[in-house]
Write a protein that binds this ligand. Sequence first.
Ligand SMILES: Cc1cc2nc3c(=O)[nH]c(=O)nc-3n(C[C@H](O)[C@H](O)[C@H](O)COP(=O)(O)O)c2cc1C
Ligand code: SF4
Length: 436
Amino acid sequence: MGIKRVLTKDFATENLRQVSVYERTGGYTGFKKALEMQPDDLVELVKKSGLRGRGGAGFPTGNKWSFVPKNAPRPTYLLCNADESEPGTFKDRVIIEKDPHLLIEGMIISAFAIGSCPMAYIYIRGEFYYGATVLDAALEEARAKGFLGKGIFGSSFDFDITVHRGAGAYICGEETGLIESVEGHRGQPRVKPPFPAVVGVFGGPTVVNNVETLACVPFIINKGAEWFKSFGTPKNTGPKLYCVSGSVKKPGVYEFPMGMNLKELIYDHCGGITGDRKLKAVIPGGASAPMLTADEIDLPLNFDAVMKAGSMLGSAGIIVLDESVCIVDAVWRLAKFFAHESCGQCTPCREGTNWMESVLDRLERGEGRPQDADLLLDMSDNIGGKSLCALGDAAIGPVISSVKKFRDEYLHHVTHKSCLPETKRYRRLDMAVAAH
Ligand SMILES: Cc1cc2nc3c(=O)[nH]c(=O)nc-3n(C[C@H](O)[C@H](O)[C@H](O)COP(=O)(O)O)c2cc1C
Ligand code: SF4
């Protein structure tokens, strides 16, 4: 698949973070064009483009916008989700740090399209301190230019954006946890319905969109829905950022059209597997996504194809595991993460994630029991679909898939009280290299 960069096309431009440089690359023209259109036409255009949310669920963006009620008694809000705490995901920070005005322009257009939206927040994870300073500086410049503020360009559109820094909780990336956090409360997800588009932040209708989703919007306005649909397939359109980490020679953020082949991405663009080892597994959509085995990766990376293969594209955080990785060890680390990040509000997730961690813990310590693999499946069954928010479902993805696809490794931990011999051998080699 050829390289046709859209979102990252200007990343190499010096001083792109400055508004004047961004304008020289064609920036803020989509926004000016949008102001001359009717908000409903903008929503229709985004619907036609087929843009699906890049935050994880792949929900159609235009449809989400159209759920916002007209003439609601409270103002509408736009929340940009820049929490990016899904392990293996690091694409949004790159947009923010390299091209902040692209996000700001996308937000202005989106707020105008949604209607009655005087204020937006960028909820950025606390650790992204640098990103927050970049955004603050860019917003200041946008205000000075009159792109934000009262009566933008002589219109009746008043709009501003505030940067809200999180404090490092994964659950604050979940849209209703995020809303609670913006309101100054503990980030605990709300029961849905009502959905945020109807009742969200401060009781007003609220659209929550991911950074990459919003960054696609100026291109749709400037170049049209058909152009956007020329990337990918009819139901999975547009450019896409893929974050590749783990056992590859060249990890990083890669841009390709939606539907890039996973095998091609790993071997042709990321340089193949570290140390030319054998590939063992790939987690294709951030830590919550079920694992794929090495023979399952000849696959287009789009929402529908990855789901059909039994996993999910999610945030496109592609974590590559080679033969030196012990699957039980990898899943134990993920389970620790989910148990730590469970907000504790509902019992299946609060208790279940901690129980899963302790079972994996004893397998790691060589104290595992023959029934532990099935016990993990049983626990997963009691969490999945029975928790209040999607963190519960996220926590079981790697557990179920690893037990089903790598049961021999679990059994080896029980019978030999240790990892497979080849993973131990590699670990010794790695330690020897590190010692020199
Ligand atoms: C536990 C959890 C964490 C999430 N973290 C993020 C995140 O960091 N960034 C993000 O954009 N979406 C995250 N989401 C998805 C959001 O709830 C929401 O679907 C998304 O921000 C909507 O934007 P989109 O439609 O543009 O994808 C998370 C969901 C869950 C369940
Ligand atoms: S599923 Fe977990 S994270 Fe979500 S509300 Fe329940 S306890 Fe909190």
